[in-house]
Write a protein of this length. Sequence first.
Length: 201
Amino acid sequence: MGDSFHPAMQAALRFDPATAIVSGRQPTIRYLRDVQSIFADQPACQELLPSNPLLYSVTQIEDHNGEGDIHYGIGILMPGRVGREYFMTKGHIHAWRPAAEVYIGLRGRGMMLLQDERTSECRAVEFMANSVVYVPGYTAHRTINIGDEPLVYWGVLSSAAGHDYDAVAKRNFRLVVVERDGAPAVMERNDFLAEMKGVST
């Protein structure tokens, strides 16, 4: 007897946790040229620009927009560095500032930067496969790949949250994650800039 389905049965949305491909959906793709201003080491960025590597892609699922609904998206962030800075996302804060978000790691090894818009407090949180990071409201957030394989993750948030990229573009993040002696290190952005110029702080 063959498979039989009730007419009201709906197929589930299918995705590949290794590649972040979602069946029937088109991702938003970001290359270095699209996000070049986020890196502190601009000389290294300009040097890498001719090859314009793929940094990340995100597939957003925003089918439901009513009160109480949620949006979710799957991202894949490639391994690599611009100078000593690890590949990272542009970062954003929610247009509806009280909205929180949950990130669920599926593959790889990374960090998230969380910066409170009200206090400017910034912290780095470990983020890897089989881990969850809670992003509170009023908090800008950025994902960083510190491993040697793609970092794949889901983000789940209120359908009312929205994304404000301009606020992050104007201020960027206080912290950077850079390679030091073969391992990732978290630094103040200003200290890293001074270090590149050979100035002690």
